[in-house]
Design a protein around this ligand. Sequence first.
Ligand code: ADP
Length: 260
Amino acid sequence: LESQFLRAQRMESIGTLAGGIAHDLNNVLGPIIMAVDLFRLKMTDPQDLELLETVSVSARRGADMVKQVLSFARGLEGQRTLVRPVQLLKEVQRIARDTFPKFISVDITTAEDTWSLLGDPTQLHQVLLNLCVNARDAMPQGGRLTLNACNQRIDDHFAAMHPEARPGPHVVLEVADSGTGMTPDVIEKIFEPFFTTKEVGKGTGLGLSTTLAIVRSHNGFVTVESHPGKGTKFRVHLPAELDDVEANHSEGGDVFPRGQ
Ligand code: ADP
């Protein structure tokens, strides 16, 4: 778990580094493009103009590449709106039922709504769908895909065991399958970009690293429980957004102590 955490951290640093370099490169390319445009007005020799055109085209291509990297880095920031977890599960369930083979059942086991969370609905959608697609691929002979959402109170004890977890109220989104399961040596690598056990052309190995990047950008973390031959359960833990009503009238006295 520790090495998995360090690896995830390294991946995030690479993303941050790439974003930083792109930003600086933008500042370098801006003046070049401006100067070239100014020079063009002063030049008359066709050969000089042609040379200048080469510089201009290259600089603009560089600027486009920078824009792409920046939008990827910014993309992870996303928008933040109030998301109702069960609503999210229902949408994903509908897509899975419509597109997955009929020998895979797709059920939601949550009876009632959980706390809400602040996040980007499109990105969270993608997270759940990635997990569902993996679950589908793990059940080539059919099986059960189960979606669940529940509240989780992360205390200091839990946080001490999970380096990424912060104490406080969380919502847990669960995607469980009755598929092939994974051995510990596979689990260790699944969040690495480009790690895949699927045939060429079927898997890119980017599903779970993207999933993790999105979850981390929401200040959450992912846990995995898997048994070869039995199945796998992915849990996405995300900080809950408690409004005053929820905080004061939580059912069953399960109220968070203030200041936690
Ligand atoms: P891809 O799906 O393209 O292979 P992912 O990053 O989504 O890339 O997954 C990486 C690997 O993790 C998969 O190839 C598979 O070996 C393993 N994996 C992910 N989810 C499951 C699952 N629910 N059951 C079994 N193996 C899984």
